[in-house]
Design a protein around this ligand. Structure first.
Ligand SMILES: [Zn+2]
Length: 281
């Protein structure tokens, strides 16, 4: 059986046996709202109102808080009912019970090691080539990962708005190749280039998405200079609870509060991207 079919099967059985996944998927299908903001024919951002994402959006990434909480990606802390599909003998493919995308997956390494892309781009592309209907994504430890202490990828079914790449709102570096090894090599060129901008970071701040465009591997790297915009931590009317990760950078902005979904405008979005995206010359 191919991996996509195995995943479909995993979802259909987990939806029966796992109540949280079933309830949250029902909510995702019925209650999540979308709104499109357009700058021109090519440039669009889609807002997603998704109240289930409040925990993830407001997760503390403070080191002490992280050390003191049980890691939700380690096998011993995961719900007994959550089953997965082994991948490359070192990952497990799990249904994410707080979906942003259809068939939202979390793919943690089996071992508890920090979120650093390091030498794992090849794994990311091996996953990508097995999932042609999916977009695979990675959030850096200071760029939206809610478990910066446990390495993981995520994936979900593609949406057009996520595949566009470069636009006027934020930086995006695109790597394309029909050869996996070449795509990996080009990625590390980009990685090292970004490292020269942020020599003191353990890894350059970034989000990464990857997907197949027919037989071509496509990698989008979104360089970052800030984890959360000022609107996140301010109080009162100016507050916007937006904590950008890979999907937000690609063009699908998640608003866990209805009031933010209703009031956010194009100027806010331009301002948020300008704060968190790092301009590359
Ligand atoms: Zn862990």
């Amino acid at each position: 059986m191919n991996l996509q079919k195995e995943i479909d099967h995993l979802f259909s059985t987990q939806l029966i046996e796992w109540e949280l996944l079933r309830e949250n998927n029902k909510q995702f299908e019925n209650d999540v709202k979308y709104k499109s903001l357009r700058w021109n024919d090519q440039l669009e951002v889609v807002l997603q109102y998704n109240s289930d994402r409040i925990t993830s959006a407001t997760a503390s990434v403070n080191e002490t808080d992280i050390e003191n909480r049980p890691c939700f990606l380690c096998a011993e802390n995961r719900p007994a009912v959550q089953r997965g599909i082994p991948f490359l003998d070192k990952y497990i493919i799990l249904c994410n019970p707080y979906p942003i995308l259809k068939n939202h997956l979390t793919i943690p390494l089996l071992s508890h090691v920090p979120q650093l892309i390091g030498k794992k781009m090849e794994d990311m592309l091996t996953l990508t080539e097995s999932l042609e209907d999916y977009i695979v994504f990675y959030n850096g430890p200071k760029s939206g990962a809610s478990a910066p202490d446990h390495f993981h990828f995520q994936a979900g079914l593609k949406m057009d708005v996520l595949l566009n790449g470069e636009n006027d709102l934020r930086s995006c570096l695109t790597i394309e190749s029909t050869e996996k090894s070449e795509a990996v090599e080009l990625f590390y060129d980009v990685y090292n280039y970004l490292k020269s901008y942020q020599p003191n970071e353990e890894e350059p701040m970034m989000n990464i998405t990857s997907f197949m465009d027919r037989d071509k591997y496509v990698i989008h790297v979104y360089p970052r200079k800030l984890h959360r915009p000022w609107q996140f931590s301010t109080k009162g009317k100016a507050q916007l609870l937006i904590s950008p990760g890979a999907l937000d950078m690609a063009g699908l902005i998640i608003t866990p509060r209805k009031e933010d979904f209703d009031k956010i405008n194009k100027e806010d979005i331009e301002d948020i991207y300008a704060q968190v995206s790092m301009a590359i010359i």
